[in-house]
Design a protein around this ligand. Structure first.
Ligand code: UDX
Length: 456
């Protein structure tokens, strides 16, 4: 098939690459000229395991192309995917202006019928709006054909996006047109050889499924985080509780990890958008509000735990391991680490931070004076370099190299043996035995009895 994918973000780029890998002719379009130039030069703008070799090979073999303007690439295509951003508007709703702008363009330029597929996460009714917008354009220029619009939400996780796309748990097709459904079934058949789970439903149901799935996962995390707070008060270990709860086959083990809260480009934005939708319909959204509020408390938890260990943070130097919102990605959107850094700098601390891939993303999004003033120092290479003379080490992201550090070295470099673990990576008893004052989430903090606290 001949496919156009509009948008070269996580979803667009991964979809375009994986469709090309299945033998289709794919053009990925983005209005960002610099991004397209980099892609044409073989430079992949996001860190996503496995994406680069796949993208380069398909590009070199002529199945995957990149373009900045839409009109010239629309001729003779079978499918056109929309994978542009739907960021949070100031009121919390999903801003669908980019999606609708694309629909306007398609209405203006599509030279023949094709199936338009919306992959951007967008509120219920968006596929219908896209279809109406395109139809208006077609009528105005008396095009003489119609364009069906399908909703095909994307469930891939950053950090394993290629794997998730190539072997999805399920594919959801929201569709009101028989021919379009057949095209979608044919497109996805090779991805579903092992697990033939393709679900066809109404477009509104498909759109709602995406929001409900993300809200459910976020709810599990916030629920466990609330249990974790209670566990801390009761002297109970949440990690044991997690195993006890997850072993119930009705519940399962996934997404039960307590910690410093969820971030990323989906959960925070999608929960807020769903709350906004409920409000617009005059409905209370007690659960979703609580999920969001719990996460706000949780993200502030790293700072609070540091204060509990060190007292005032003015003049302190804090080492941070992990800036990405989760391991395996360079995405720092709504990352707990960024909120922590903002609070620390405001409190007058200096931050020395390391992340194996996300320091460049941080450079792009934080105020320049954080760096020029020397308040924030970033190290991409060596995690131990940020420990020098720091009063504490905080770990917001569970990158694998942090799992078994050289604790003697850490202990020797830190000015004070304080470790705040945002992802419950270490055994409190062992940390105590190693001489650390150690706080994590949902487990009692431990104090190394033989250690002398030094003033900063
Ligand atoms: C999520 C959904 O999983 C995916 O299906 C959807 O398409 C996009 O949103 P992603 O944002 O890439 O994917 O990351 P995910 O692995 O789901 O983690 C989201 C956040 O939740 C991370 O900050 C992670 O650290 C946190 N998390 C996850 C927890 O705090 N506890 C858990 O048990 C699981």
């Amino acid at each position: 098939m001949r496919i156009v994918v509009i948008g070269s973000g996580y979803v667009g780029l991964v979809s375009a690459t994986c469709f090309a890998e299945m033998g289709h002719h794919v053009v990925c379009v983005d209005r960002d000229a610099e991004r397209i130039a980099r892609l044409r030069d073989g430079e992949v703008p996001i860190h996503e395991p496995g994406l680069e070799p796949l993208l380069l090979r398909n590009h070199q073999q002529g199945r995957l192309h990149f373009a900045q303007t839409l009109r010239p690439v629309l001729t003779n295509i079978d499918l056109c995917f929309i994978a542009v951003g739907t960021p949070s508007a100031p009121d919390g709703s999903a801003d669908t202006s980019q999606v609708l702008a694309v629909a306007e363009e398609l209405g203006r330029w599509l030279p023949q019928r094709c199936v338009v597929v919306n992959k951007s996460t967008a509120p219920v009714g968006t596929a219908e709006r896209i279809e109406r917008t395109i139809a208006r354009g077609l009528t105005q220029r008396e095009a003489g054909f119609t364009v069906p619009v399908v909703s095909n939400p994307e469930f891939l996780r950053e950090g394993c996006a290629v794997e998730d796309f190539m072997r999805p748990d399920r594919v959801i097709i929201g569709c009101a047109d028989d021919q379009a459904r057949q095209t979608m079934e044919a497109l996805y058949a090779p991805f579903l050889r092992k697990q033939p789970r393709l679900m066809v439903m109404g477009r509104r149901e498909a759109e709602m499924s995406k929001y409900a799935a993300n809200a459910m996962l976020a709810t599990r995390i916030s629920f466990m985080n609330e249990m974790a707070s209670l566990c801390e008060q009761l002297g109970v270990d949440i990690e044991k509780v997690r195993l006890g709860v997850g072993s119930d086959s009705r519940i399962g083990y996934d997404f039960l990890y307590a910690g410093c809260g969820y971030g990323g480009s989906c959960f925070p934005k999608d929960v807020r958008a769903l709350i906004h939708t409920a409000q617009r319909h005059g409905l209370p959204s007690h659960i979703l509000q609580a999920v969001e509020e719990r996460n706000t408390i949780q993200k502030a938890g790293l700072f609070v735990k540091l204060q509990q260990q060190l007292g005032a943070l003015d003049g302190r130097t804090i080492a941070v391991w992990g800036l990405a919102f989760k391991p395996g990605t360079d995405d720092v959107r709504e990352a707990p680490a960024l909120q922590l850094i903002a609070s620390l700098l405001e409190a007058g601390a200096v931050v020395q931070a390391h992340d194996p891939v996300a320091t460049a993303s941080v450079l792009r999004c934080v105020p320049a004076h954080w760096l020029t003033s020397g308040q924030l120092v970033l190290h991409a290479q060596d995690p131990y370099a940020v420990l020098d003379d720091a009063d504490a080490l905080v770990i917001p992201t569970e990158w694998k190299p942090f799992r078994q550090p050289d604790w003697q070295r850490v202990r020797g470099l830190l000015r004070q043996p304080v470790v705040i673990d945002g992802r419950n990576l270490y055994d409190p008893a062992q940390m105590q035995a190693l001489g650390f004052h150690y706080s994590s989430f949902g487990r009692p903090s431990v104090t190394a009895g033989d250690m002398q606290r030094q003033a900063a």
